[in-house]
Design a protein around this ligand. Structure first.
Ligand SMILES: N[C@@H]1[C@@H](O)[C@H](O)[C@@H](COP(=O)(O)O)O[C@@H]1O
Length: 238
């Protein structure tokens, strides 16, 4: 695992975007694993700019989102479907049928997990997986205690995750209680991974990762067993 400390959120976003652009330039058919949350917003802004400047072309690229809330509509402003439209998809030339996001609205969640698994098996492996980091070490929505070989599954979100995500909703009660997430097993099958974390509140989790201990109560530590992971992190803008 390689750690790269940056001095600003801008630098983190630029470094991450440079990596994504490079992967697509080397392989125009690349499969990207995408994350949501506040951390990758700057990365997506930079990708839009790179596209507008003709530095990258998405028309053969495929995308797989890590997760989606259960029980809110895809057109809810806080659904990850809407997030991706708002920050990235509406601005670039990705084909609609190359975009994959779990469907958290379906009546049969187990079948939806199986459908996503089949899709990943057929279209994968993911060439570059982008990850954010929960303050409790979660990746995607794989909460502490999740088995490292878990596949796409439905999760009950922890209180700390719901609180952390409450900033996006009017009240904490509105934050969904469940989500569908790719499992750690899926994430580990990616050819390459970048993990992004910015802010003082993320530093305890980064420090824990640096200690190098692998255990299921700290999901991000699974990544220590992957040989192509780069952690791009920073404490504050200096
Ligand atoms: N499911 C997402 C994660 O994929 C994300 O990494 C995490 C951190 O979010 P933020 O970047 O807003 O700190 O939040 C959510 O729980």
């Amino acid at each position: 695992m390689e750690f790269l400390k940056v001095n600003s959120y801008k630098e983190l976003s630029q470094k991450a975007a440079d990596k994504v652009v490079k992967v697509i330039q080397e392989n125009p058919h690349a499969a990207l694993g995408l994350a949501t949350g506040s951390t990758p917003v700057g990365l997506y802004e930079n990708l839009v700019q790179a596209y507008q400047h003709g530095q990258v072309d998405f028309h053969k690229v495929k995308t797989f989102n890590l997760d989606e809330y259960v029980g809110i509509h895809q057109d809810h402003p806080q659904s990850y479907h809407q997030y991706m439209q708002k920050h990235l998809f509406q601005f670039i030339n990705l084909k609609d049928d190359h975009v994959h996001i779990p469907d958290g609205e379906t009546g049969d969640l187990e079948e939806e997990c199986q459908r996503y698994e089949r899709l990943l098996a057929k279209e994968g492996p993911i060439d570059l997986q982008i990850l954010g980091l929960g303050i409790n070490g979660h990746i995607g929505f794989n909460e502490p205690g999740t088995a490292f070989d878990a596949r796409t599954h439905v999760v009950n979100l922890t209180d700390s995750t719901r609180e952390a995500n409450a900033k996006f909703f009017d009240t904490k009660e509105e934050v969904p209680k469940q989500a569908i997430t790719m499992g750690i097993g899926n994430i580990m099958e990616s050819r390459e991974i970048i993990l992004l974390a910015f802010g003082e509140h993320k530093q305890p989790a980064i420090k824990q990762l640096m200690e190098g201990e692998v255990y299921e109560d700290f999901p991000a530590s699974a990544l220590l067993q992957h040989d192509r992971v780069k952690v791009i992190y920073g404490e504050k803008d200096s």
